[in-house]
Design a protein around this ligand. Structure first.
Ligand SMILES: N[C@@H](CCC(=O)N[C@@H](CS)C(=O)NCC(=O)O)C(=O)O
Length: 226
């Protein structure tokens, strides 16, 4: 059954997040709202049921993708753009105003999106959700994606040699982006422990409230595998 969209369950909440629980990109937006202390209404869009392609949802995202937000009537999509918007709205240093620091945060957000996120999502689709989504398993993706992931997680591991966080010694929205992107690692049999500095950074962030609040699907899977 299609969930009714555009109807808030709580009238006093301005921010609506359209997402899907197993989407790392949607979890990223929720983690970001949590860090910033922004209350939101969760609007699940059922991807396997095709809810993202309904006329009602296409009015929010013309390509029928999640996540998207509606903030007091302002509609925005693309998870990184949403997180940066929420940070700027909250005047948070998670997206610093300083020209150089902001450029580095942008650099790492783009790096994660272009070189890591796409490979994780392809693995997620092919290894876990192909049947549910009714798509044929791409065997080449199953072979190649882990190699790309290793190549680029090795770069991230090197970045933690001299930095506590991804874009320097202060936590930024780039950390939230990476944390959400690699959230399904256990499910995908990607051994984060083989990147010790990345692993320690991840353990630290996963112990925090903003993460634990969205820690449901993957969390349960990870615990089952622990
Ligand atoms: N670059 C976008 C990716 C959005 C995206 O592709 N979302 C996927 C789920 S993670 C989706 O909505 N897929 C549904 C479809 O393509 O029908 C972002 O970061 O927000």
């Amino acid at each position: 059954m299609i969930t009714p969209l555009l109807r808030s369950t709580r009238d006093n909440i301005m921010l609506k997040i359209y997402g899907f629980d197993v989407s790392p990109r949607a979890l990223k937006v929720k983690m970001c709202a949590n860090v910033l202390g922004i209350d939101y209404d969760d609007f699940p869009v059922n991807l396997p049921a095709g809810e993202q392609k309904t006329e009602e949802y296409l009015a929010i995202h013309p390509a029928g993708k999640i996540p998207a937000i509606e903030d007091d009537g302002f509609i925005l999509f693309e998870s990184n753009a949403i997180c940066k918007y929420l940070c700027r709205k909250s005047r948070s240093e998670l997206y610093p105003e300083d020209l150089f620091r902001q450029a580095l945060v942008d650099q790492w957000c783009d790096f994660v999106a272009i070189h890591i996120d796409v490979h994780y999502v392809s693995l997620l689709v092919n290894k876990v959700f192909a049947e549910q989504l009714g798509v044929e398993v791409d065997q080449r993706a199953l072979m190649e994606r882990p190699l790309f992931i290793d190549q680029y997680l090795t770069v991230i591991e090197g970045q933690f040699d001299d930095n506590r966080y991804l874009a320097g010694n202060e936590m930024s929205v780039a950390d939230i982006s990476l944390l959400a992107t690699i959230d399904p690692s256990e499910l995908l049999e990607i051994d984060i422990a083989s990147y010790p500095k990345l692993n320690a950074w991840r353990d630290d962030l996963r112990s925090r409230d903003f993460y634990r609040k969205v820690h449901n699907f993957y969390g349960e899977s990870m615990m089952a595998g622990d």
